[in-house]
Design a protein around this ligand. Sequence first.
Ligand code: ATP
Ligand code: MG
Length: 570
Amino acid sequence: MFAAILVNLQTIYHAMIEEKSLNFLEEIIEADLASGKTKTVHTRFPPEPNGYLHLGHAKSICLNFGLGDTYKGKTNLRFDDTNPITEDTEYVESIKQDIKWLGFDWEEEHYASDYFDQLYAYAVELIKKGLAYVDDLSSEEIAATKGTPTEPGKQSPFRNRSIEDNLSLFQAMKEGSYKDGEKVLRAKIDLSSPNMHMRDPIMYRIKHASHHRTGSKWCIYPMYDFAHGQSDSIEHISHSICTLEFEVHKPLYNWYIEQLGIHPSRQFEFARLNLTYTVMSKRKLLQLVQEQIVDGWDDPRMPTLSGIRRRGFTPAAVRNFCERIGVQRRENIIDVGLLEFFVREDLNKSALRRMVVLDPIKLIITNYPEGQSEILTSENNPELEDNGGYRDLPFSRELYIEAEDFMEEAAKKWFRLAPGMRVRLKSAYIVECKDFKKDANGKVTEVHCEYIPESKSGQDTSGINVKGTIHWISAPHALEAEVRLYDRLFKVEDPSSEEGDFKSYINPNSLAIIPAAKIEASLKNAHSGEHFQFIRKGYFTLDSKYSKPDKLVFNRTVTLKDTWSKEAKK
Ligand code: ATP
Ligand code: MG
C-alpha cells in the first residue's frame, strides 16, 4: 500500500519536473532578457549574520542560485551586517558552511559593512540635495509623531535645518560627539504618504558598539532600507529577490536609488516558506537555543540547516523539496511530511541496510548447537546494482529480536512470532516459536524457537512459506550503541499562530534516547555522513556531535513511512 503511494508521488513529481512551466520570476527575467533591460542575470543571497540558516533560507538560496545558474548569470553572497549588536563571525562561518553543504557556490563574497564609507558618502549627497536631515527627536518620539495610515505624520521641529547644519551635525554624529539615540539622520520624503515607510524614514542611528568586521571605526550604522538597495546597486544586482514583507519597502528602495542616480537594481518579492510543526524565525530559534529548550542551533529537531544535516537530511532532498514547492506570491504553510518524502526518496537510493534491535529480547534456537556459529551474508542495498555488495552476518544459537515482534498469544492477522508461529529471520532461516519465558514482572525475556536447517536464505529447500520476516542480531556478536529517535518539535501545526507563547507548544516527547540498542558489528566502522537504513526502523546517521568510536550515537533521520499523519487522524 505504502509502496504504491510512494510510486505515485514519485511519478507525479517526475512528471512535474519534466513539464515544468516558468515561475513568475523566470517569466520576469525572460522578459527582461528579451527586451534587453537585463544583459546578465545577477542575483544575491543576503543573510544577516545574526543566527543560523534555516529551511526558509534554503528556499531563498535555491531560488537565487538557481536563477543564477539557469540564466548563466551570477549569484553573490552578501552579508547584511548593519546591526553590530546581534551579529557575529560565528554566524558568518556557519552560513558559508551551510550554503556550500546545500551545493552552491557564490560568485563574489560581500559585506554591507564594506560599503559603510560609500553609504556615508551617499547620505552626505542626500543631505546636500536637501533630502536628508538630522533629527534630535528620540526614536520613540519619531514613532509617536508618524501618524497612522489615514492620518499624516507631524513634522519634526528639526526638519528644516539648513544643509550646512545637517552636514556638520551628521559629521559630528559620525565622530562620536553624541550618545546612542541622541540624534538620527532621516530622509526628507513625505509625511503624508499612505506608505508609512516613506514618512521620513530613519537612515542612520548612533550605536557605540563594536562591529564584527569594522570594530570601533563606526558609531553610526545605516538602517536596513538605506543599506540594502544601495548594496544591490553597487554590485549591479539585476533582480533583488526577497520575501513579501519587503513589498511595502519597495517605494523607498526605489526612491534612494533614484535620488542618488545610481545603478537601478530592482526588487521582486515571493512568499516565504512556512513549514508545519516548527517555527522559522531566527529570533524564535534563538530563544529555543538560549533557553536551552534545544541542544544548540544544530539540535537535530531544529529546522536549521545545521540541525537537519546533523539529523541526516541530505542536500539533494532539500533541493528537490525546494524545486517541488516552487515560488508563489501567496503565503501558505507546507506539510513537513513533503520534505520527509524527499528525504526518504533520496536515502532509499543510497542508505546501507543494517540490522539494529532497539528494544531487545532474546530468541534462543533450541535445536542449534551451543557454541556453534556461522557467517551468513546480507545485501547492502537492494536498490543498487548488485545489491550494493554483501556484508557478513554472524548467526548463532542466541539472537536478539525486537520485543514488539513477539506476542504471547497471536492476534488476528499477526504474522510475526507467537507460540506455534513461524517467521523468517531476515537473510537467515525460518524459525518456529515453541515457548517463551517471563520475569517476575510478567515481561517476556526469552523466546524459544526451533530453526529449520533447510530454509537458509538463498538456498531454501524447505518448501515452507511464511508471511512475516523480522530482523535480528546474533547476541554474542552484537555491539551496543545509543540511538536517538526524534519527533516533531511542536505539538501543533503552526505554533506561531497559536495564542500565547509559542514555546508552550513544544512537544515534550520530541526526543527519545535508547541508551543501549543492539547493533550489527559491521556498524562499528560507520563514519559521519554515512546513511543507513536500519531495517524496518527508519533511516539513521551517526550523530556528528556526540558519537565517538568507543560510544556510537545514531540519530534517526526519518521513519520509513509517515506515521505522524496516521496518528494525527486518530
Ligand atoms: P528570520 O525572519 O528568520 O530572522 P530574516 O528574513 O530576517 O529571517 P535574513 O538573514 O535577513 O533573515 O534572510 C536572508 C534572506 O532569506 C532574505 O532574502 C529573506 O527574505 C530570506 N528568507 C528568510 N526567511 C525565509 C523564509 N522563511 N522563506 C523564504 N525566504 C526566507
Ligand atoms: Mg532580516
